[in-house]
Design a protein around this ligand. Structure first.
Ligand SMILES: NC(=O)c1ccc[n+]([C@@H]2O[C@H](COP(=O)([O-])OP(=O)(O)OC[C@H]3O[C@@H](n4cnc5c(N)ncnc54)[C@H](OP(=O)(O)O)[C@@H]3O)[C@@H](O)[C@H]2O)c1
Length: 340
C-alpha cells in the first residue's frame, strides 16, 4: 500500500484523482489540500463523494503532506506548482505534477508561453515527461513526473508512431483539435459562460496556445530533428473530451490497410491505446471517464496524406488517469490498476 496526497484537490482534475484513487486497491488517500475549502469535509463540498470518503480538506503544509504521503499529485494551476514541488521533493516525496510547470525542457520558453520565469530551473532537467507509451522506463525511476497536457496527449499519441518510424514528413504536421469546456478548469470566464459557448464552436488561441511548445518539443525529440507543426484548438459545447484530427504527409505510398496495420502493431502491447479497425473512427463518448486513447487511421492516397484521429477524456487520459498510470509505473503496480 502507498499513501497519497492531492494538492489542488477541489479542481476538476483533483476531483477526478479522488474519484479514481478511491477505487485503487493499493492506495490510501491521506491528505487533500485546498485553499478555498480547508477544514471542510469533502462530502460537504462535493456531495457526490458522500459515504465514499470520510475526511476534510486541509491547508497546504509541506511538512504535513510529506509526513502523510509517499507520493503527491500537484493539481494546481500553472505557475503555482513550481512554488511547492522543490520543497516536497526535498522532503523525500515523489511528485506527479499535472500542470505545465515541469514539462518544457527549455526554460526560456516559460516567459513566452506562460508569462513567468521559471524558479526551479534545475528541476526541468530531472523531470520526466509522463507519457507512459514513450517514456515508461524513465518514469519508473523518476522522482518528479511532468504529466502531459490534455491536447498534447491526444496529439502525441496520434502522431508519434508515424514520426518515430519515419513514415511521415516532420516538416508538415497539422493538428486540428477540439476540447470540451472542462479543459480550462473550474475558474469561470466570459468565454466559458453557458450562453456564450453552448450551441457554438470556435477556434481560440490560434497560433498562440500554450501547448504548442510542448507538442513541438516531444515531436522533435522523437523525430530527432525540429518539426514544423500547426496546432489549432477549438472549444466545443460539451463538458469533457478531446478529439484531434491530425494531417500527416506520407514519405512513401501507403494504403489505409497498411497504415491501420502499422498503428495496431505499434500499440499492440499498450493497455490504454485502442487502434480501431479500418473505416472506424473514434468519438469522445467512447472514452468518457476512461483512461483510453482511441485512434482511427485513414490514408488519402490522392493527396498522400495520412489522417489520424484520436480521442481522449481530457480529465482522465489527459490528466488524472494518466497521472495514476504514471504512479502505477513508479511504484511497480500493474499499470492498469485502479484504471479499468
Ligand atoms: N482540466 C483539464 O482538462 C486538464 C488536463 C490536463 C492538465 N490540466 C492541468 O492540471 C492542473 C489542474 O487543472 P484543473 O482543470 O483541475 O484546474 P482547476 O479546476 O482550476 O483547479 C485547480 C485547483 O487548484 C487550486 N488553486 C487555484 N489557484 C491556486 C493557487 N494560486 N495556489 C494554490 N492552489 C490554487 C484550487 O483549489 P483550492 O482553491 O481549493 O485550493 C483549484 O481548485 C492545471 O495545471 C491544468 O492546466 C488540466
Amino acid at each position: 500500500m502507498i499513501d497519497v496526497a492531492i494538492v489542488g484537490a477541489t479542481g476538476y482534475a483533483g476531483q477526478e484523482l479522488i474519484r479514481i484513487l478511491l477505487r485503487h486497491p493499493k492506495v490510501k488517500i491521506k491528505a487533500l489540500v485546498s485553499q478555498s475549502s480547508a477544514n471542510k469535509p469533502v462530502e460537504e463540498v462535493f456531495p457526490y463523494f458522500g459515504k465514499m470518503i470520510d475526511m476534510s480538506f486541509t491547508n497546504m503544509d509541506v511538512l504535513n503532506v510529506a509526513d502523510a504521503a509517499d507520493v503527491v499529485f500537484l493539481s494546481l494551476p500553472h505557475k503555482a506548482a513550481m512554488n511547492v514541488a522543490g520543497r516536497l521533493l526535498e522532503n523525500k516525496l515523489r511528485v506527479i505534477d499535472l500542470s505545465a510547470d515541469f514539462r518544457l525542457k527549455d526554460k526560456s520558453l516559460y516567459p513566452t508561453w506562460y508569462g513567468v520565469s521559471h524558479i526551479e530551473e534545475d528541476l526541468l532537467e530531472t523531470a520526466v515527461y509522463g507519457l507512459p507509451e514513450f517514456y515508461r522506463a524513465r518514469i519508473k525511476k523518476a522522482n518528479l513526473v511532468a504529466n502531459p497536457g490534455c491536447y498534447p496527449t491526444s496529439a502525441l499519441l496520434g502522431t508519434l508512431p508515424a514520426l518515430a518510424e519515419g513514415i511521415v514528413d516532420p516538416s508538415d504536421i497539422v493538428i486540428d483539435a477540439k476540447s470540451g469546456a472542462s479543459g480550462a478548469g473550474r475558474v469561470p470566464s466570459d468565454a466559458l459562460h453557458f450562453p456564450e459557448c453552448n450551441e457554438s464552436i470556435k477556434a481560440y488561441k490560434v497560433g498562440s496556445h500554450q501547448h504548442t511548445p510542448e507538442i513541438e518539443q516531444e515531436l522533435s525529440a522523437v523525430a530527432k530533428q525540429d518539426v514544423n507543426m500547426v496546432f489549432t484548438p477549438h472549444l466545443i459545447p460539451m463538458n469533457r473530451g478531446i478529439l484531434s484530427t491530425i494531417y500527416l504527409k506520407l514519405n512513401k505510398k501507403m494504403t489505409t490497410d497498411e497504415a491501420v496495420g502499422f498503428y495496431r502493431g505499434y500499440y499492440r502491447r499498450e493497455c490504454f491505446v485502442r487502434v480501431l479497425k479500418k473505416g472506424e473512427f473514434p468519438q469522445t463518448k467512447n472514452v468518457t471517464g476512461l483512461n483510453y486513447c482511441d485512434i482511427g487511421v485513414h490514408v488519402d492516397e490522392d493527396s498522400g496524406r495520412m489522417i489520424v484521429i484520436s480521442a481522449i477524456d481530457n480529465l482522465v487520459k489527459g490528466a488524472a488517469g494518466q497521472a495514476i498510470q504514471n504512479m502505477n509505473i513508479m511504484f511497480g503496480f500493474k499499470e492498469t490498476m485502479g484504471l479499468i
